[in-house]
Design a protein around this ligand. Sequence first.
Ligand code: HEC
Length: 159
Amino acid sequence: MQKLKILCVLSVSSVVSCGKSLVDQVPYPENYRSFFHVKSMELKKDHPLYKDFGGLHHVYVNHEGLEALKKGGPFPDGSILVFDLFEVTSDNQITSEKERKVLAVMYKNTKAFAKTGGWGFEAFRGDSRERLVNGNHEACFGCHAQQKAKDYVFSEFRP
Ligand code: HEC
């Protein structure tokens, strides 16, 4: 990390934004499909959040966060929650997943994300690594804040 910081200072781009990308950025959750599957849910056309969250989503938690999820928090640093959202088609009484819309992520780092309950929020477009939140953690936290009693997480463990 120290080495990276030095490279950063030497780079042409602003030191501030560079430091942010190294320290405050939520990492892409590699191999999240092998995390623990928590639940799935479909939001249909007439749901008020359809525009952003419409479709079928699956929620995952990594190994670090699983015990905390069982207890309803608090989550230790390193916990990752993933919200994997897909378009759906319905045909012949079958609902099927289509393309991935967004991969939303919560990543716990108490120091880096102290202003938003210790959670960093990010969303990656479709199957890409394109970042949609890009530091505006409050946009997501505003809604998750209502779950303060469960360390800002909505999903609950079920065996
Ligand atoms: C309008 C309220 C709202 C906003 C805004 C919102 N979320 Fe959520 N989020 C929810 C709800 C409700 C759930 C639970 C879904 C379920 O039960 O399957 C959830 C679930 C999640 C989960 C799974 C963990 C959990 O809390 O259950 C992640 C990860 C997540 N959201 C990330 C984000 C990110 C990243 C953003 C910003 C781009 C965001 N959310 C914005 C309401 C919101």
